[in-house]
Design a protein around this ligand. Structure first.
Ligand code: BTN
Length: 278
């Protein structure tokens, strides 16, 4: 179905997602085999959470929407989610794991989104620590991982992914100043969102299963290769403290090890953010 929608100052052609087309592109066993779609929702992460709390859905269920009215990013930021201009989805996972493994979900998701976008576009898309999907330092997507645990066991995890696919920049902060971009903007032509979604889910399943079959090793290696952060001068703002130094390597948990100007090493966890310094 095609209709026209006013987005900021522009009238844009907006097509609803074709769920059958996504399903046709899947080669997964579990991830996305149950694909729930709504034309609009507050946040796919909240929708997934409510469903998980109600005990309704199994591992691998994907919640997807054409737009979000309360899309959320990390650190309480708003994730602008206009209709037809991006991909907004959340994957429900119920791994039989200890809470120690929760940060691994962020690693798996970042690597999956980055690899699938590279495959489809041929562009040198990268991961900015810990969860930004970037092209030439411009943000193209982001990941919001949430989880619930009891004692030391994971009850469920929700992996929310937002990918900008717009062709015409919507009126959202950052698009005019050049630190936000989209897949279509960089390619010069419109990508089919269904193709991207299917590839992301295929890649996610493959990376996720690696955790159980081999462990985090191969994912960490790939995470390092795709990083735009290693080797750069970074700053981390914590309450009461600012850490500055060189992003040197990732440790076995995926935390960033920073060598400070005094030569001391500091660890930045996956729950924190870094800024680049010149
Ligand atoms: C970030 O970069 O801070 C993370 C952005 C995550 C956005 C996605 S869109 C789908 C899912 N639902 C949300 O409300 N947020 C995530």
């Amino acid at each position: 179905m095609q209709f026209f929608k006013r987005v900021g100052q522009k009238f844009m052609s907006v097509r609803n997602l074709d769920v059958k087309k996504i399903e046709a592109g899947l080669n997964t066993r579990r991830i996305g085999r149950c694909l729930l779609y709504k034309k609009s929702v507050d946040s796919t992460n909240d929708w997934a959470k409510e469903s998980a709390e109600a005990g309704d859905w199994n591992e691998g269920t994907v919640f997807i929407s054409d737009s979000q009215t309360k899309g959320r990013g990390r650190e309480g930021k708003i994730w602008h989610s206009p209709p037809g201009q991006g991909i907004y989805l959340s994957i429900l996972i119920k791994p039989n794991l200890e809470d120690f493994y929760i940060p691994w979900f962020t690693l798996v998701s970042g690597v999956s989104v980055c690899r699938s976008l590279r495959k489809i576009t041929g562009l040198g898309i990268q991961i900015k620590f810990p969860n930004d999907i970037v092209f030439q330092d411009k943000k193209m997507g982001g990941i919001l991982t949430e989880a619930k645990w009891l004692g030391n066991r994971v009850l469920y995890g929700i992996v929310g992914m937002g990918i900008n696919t717009w062709k015409e920049p919507p009126d959202v902060p950052g698009t005019s100043t050049g630190w936000i971009t989209s897949v279509s903007n960089e390619l010069g032509y419109q990508v089919e969102r269904e193709t991207v979604i299917a590839e992301v889910l295929n890649e996610f399943e493959s990376q996720y299963e690696t955790i159980f079959s081999v462990g985090l090793g191969p994912i960490l290696k790939e995470w390092g290769k795709l990083s735009n952060t290693l080797g750069r001068r970074v700053q981390v703002d914590r309450s009461g403290e600012t850490v500055c130094g060189w992003a040197e390597r990732f440790n076995e948990r995926g935390d960033l090890v920073v060598r400070t100007e005094s030569g001391a090493y500091r660890t930045v966890t996956l729950a924190e953010s870094v800024r680049f310094r010149s």
